[in-house]
Design a protein around this ligand. Structure first.
Ligand SMILES: Nc1ccn([C@@H]2O[C@H](COP(=O)(O)OP(=O)(O)OP(=O)(O)O)[C@@H](O)[C@H]2O)c(=O)n1
Ligand SMILES: C[C@](O)(CO)[C@H](O)COP(=O)(O)O
Length: 236
């Protein structure tokens, strides 16, 4: 009997770029090494991408003095997908671009994820990557829980319709060439960006909004540590 051999589908190469070169000013100490139930924030972040079957490579971007300790940390927690640990820049976009520049040449898509978001669920990562593979650019969002006001000189001057806005999280996922070009142009133009979507938005590209999670908090200020631990305890 003749069986036609099924052609192996070639999956595009996908890298996770983890910007971790910030200075933790609002935390007051290197937040990426703070333990959450005994496991450092950055190790939890790396493990989320280590465990994601869509991700082939992980690139960490950090301060010069953290290259060696973060390498050790990655090894200690068995993060075998970490390919490069590179020095970041003064700003987040510069750090992300430094990471993108070290991706393997055949990398088709990238998932850019804050080192400081250790509780990201697998479903959030997978949905954002899959949407970026369809549309070129995608990012997870969550609805805002508070009412939003515009402020001027310490006074509320307007209300912002809450159903027209959302809070954007990471991983923000893109076609690799698109985000590299967008970040280079934004940096050259001196644009002040707080996330990577903003770089492609300024080129007129629409970013697909995918499902984020309230669990995917960004460890930023001291009260985020007990909150993150409480969320972890819920899982046990
Ligand atoms: N020049 C920079 C600035 C930030 N980041 C990274 O971007 C993520 C989001 O930034 P944020 O949470 O603001 O971290 P910090 O910049 O360290 O915090 P702070 O503003 O309190 O100093 C973090 O993982 C941070 O390490 C980076 O790689 N390079
Ligand atoms: C990228 C980000 O986490 C998306 O919400 C956020 O914009 C980072 O902001 P920060 O001021 O660098 O913390």
């Amino acid at each position: 009997m003749f069986f036609r051999q099924k052609k192996e589908e070639v999956r595009p190469r996908i890298a996770a770029v983890i910007p971790a070169a910030g200075s933790s000013t609002r935390m007051g100490t290197n937040k990426l090494l703070l333990p959450l139930n005994g496991i450092p924030v950055l190790a939890r972040t790396l493990l989320a991408f280590e465990q994601c079957p869509l991700v082939d490579d992980i690139i960490i971007v950090c301060r010069e003095q953290d290259i060696a300790p973060y390498g050790k940390l990655a090894q200690e927690f068995g993060c075998t997908k970490v390919r490069h640990i590179v020095r970041g820049g003064q700003t987040r976009p510069e750090s992300v671009l430094a990471g993108l520049n070290t991706c393997e040449p055949d990398t088709a898509y990238v998932a850019i994820h804050d080192g400081a978001r250790p509780l990201v669920p697998q479903t959030v990562i997978e949905e954002a990557i899959t949407a970026a593979m369809d549309t070129g650019a995608a990012a997870p969002v969550v609805p805002l829980k508070d009412s939003i006001k515009r402020i001027s000189d310490g006074k509320i001057i307007a209300d912002v319709a809450r159903d027209s806005i959302a809070a954007v999280q990471t991983p923000q996922c893109f076609d690799r060439a698109l985000i590299s070009t967008a970040l280079k142009e934004a940096i050259a133009a001196g644009a002040a960006l707080t996330d990577d979507c903003a770089a492609v938005e300024r080129l007129g590209t629409l970013v697909t909004a995918t499902s984020g999670s309230y669990r995917n908090l960004k460890v930023t200020t001291p009260e985020d540590i007990p909150m993150a631990e409480a969320l972890l305890n819920q899982e046990d």
